[in-house]
Ligand binder design. Structure first.
Ligand code: SIN
Length: 381
């Protein structure tokens, strides 16, 4: 039952009572305020503690379509690659904050068809500096897809760590409908922070597929499912937000590698010659005249050399230039073929495609000119 409220006579409102009431009210307000402050402080410190607990991932940006912009959302060719800075790409994926604390560093802003040996050396050195820091769990490299496989393989040979290094890109510019970059970036950060991704060599992760940086190649000019490892398949998949690993690379990589670029500021010149019908020695002679220290021959079939070009390559070996036989077929092993190739001192490029054979030969030449030693490296990496 509600009692009628007492008439306010004012008689009770002695200064004392008012002060008491005010004091009581103020005390409650103070208490509430303190509670709110405490709650805020607890939330903040819990947030900070959580952020401190999250793995640290460094993102190194080099440009490419993942940072590309176009005039319209439907434009997926003829756009400006490498236009956006790394912080813009990170800000576009706020979900990253749930999985890792990231830092972004712009190494270069290029379309990756303009990749240079200097960029490769800069990336390798920066990865090694960052990974030496115990606080850093892994690295993501954003890259154009055109030469992504080269950077991934070069780092696979020169990074001195078991921690994950994940190279990613996108096939659609950041401004496109269904741009693939943001999901690729989120997946890559999670992969770089995942202890399961350790000691598997440098990884490439696009389109929910995890590939070995050694084996993977760009197989389609424009499709988002472009990265394939012919005959070998993926190392794993990303599904339902989780990483699923299926296998490990068998060849030497990263911390097992003998190559050290820490004191190098350039790499030896190695040219690639691509054979064709009516091939002659013109390009081989041009490579020799340009001062090549090595030549990778992208031969037909099992590394075969056109009869018109073979004498030029044999002469190159006589001049101290290392000649590696690779294949333009896209898969398989270049293994012993013509007896005269052995006699000429040509080196079998085994399972590396020409652009990857070039990188291994460059690194090999930083250590030795001995064809037997170089052949050993092609067997092991
Ligand atoms: C590039 O390689 O920089 C352009 C193409 C791409 O990233 O897909």
């Amino acid at each position: 039952m509600n009692r009628p409220s007492r008439p306010d006579t004012g008689a009770d409102k002695t200064p004392d009572r008012r002060v008491r009431m005010l004091t009581k009210t103020t005390g409650q307000t103070d208490m509430n305020f303190k509670k709110t402050l405490l709650a805020a402080a607890l939330t903040l410190s819990a947030g900070l503690a959580m952020a401190a607990d999250l793995p640290q991932v460094a993102i190194l940006a080099t440009g490419g379509t993942i940072a590309g912009t176009a005039a319209s959302a439907t434009q997926t060719t003829g756009y400006k690659a490498g236009d956006l800075a790394i912080q813009t790409l990170i800000d576009a994926v706020p979900q990253i904050k749930d999985y890792a604390t990231v830092t972004g560093e712009q190494i270069v802003k290029i379309s990756s068809n303009n990749l240079t040996d200097q960029v490769l050396l800069t990336l390798a050195k920066r990865c090694n500096e960052l990974l030496a820091d115990p606080k850093v769990s892994g690295i993501v490299i954003t890259h154009g897809t055109d030469t992504l496989e080269e950077t991934a393989f070069f780092l696979n040979l020169t990074v001195k760590s078991k921690k994950p290094v994940v190279v990613i890109g996108a096939m659609r510019p950041a401004t496109a409908i269904s741009a693939d970059g943001p999901m690729n970036l989120l997946n890559a950060v999670k992969l770089a922070a995942d202890p399961k991704a350790q000691d598997r060599g440098v990884l490439v992760a696009l389109n929910d597929q995890i590939s070995s940086g050694r084996d993977v190649t760009k197989s389609n000019t424009t499709n988002v499912a472009t990265f394939k490892s012919p005959d070998l398949g993926y190392l794993g998949y990303i599904a339902g937000g989780k990483n699923y690993f299926l296998r490990n690379p068998a060849m030497r990589h990263t911390h097992q590698s003998e190559f050290d670029v820490s004191k190098l500021d350039k790499l030896p010149r190695v040219d690639i010659l691509y054979t064709h019908a009516s091939d002659d020695r013109v390009l081989a002679d041009a490579a020799i005249a340009a001062g090549a220290k090595g030549i990778v021959h992208a031969g037909s079939g099992n590394g075969s050399v056109h009869g018109q070009t073979e004498p030029a390559l044999a002469e190159a070996v006589q001049k101290g230039i290392a000649v590696v036989l690779s294949s333009r077929t896209g898969s398989g092993v270049v293994c012993p073929n013509e007896e005269q190739y052995n006699k000429a001192g040509f080196i079998e490029g085994r399972t590396l495609n020409p652009q990857k054979a070039r990188l291994l030969l460059q690194l090999a030449l930083t250590k030795t000119n001995d064809p037997k030693e170089i052949a050993r490296m092609f067997e092991e990496y």
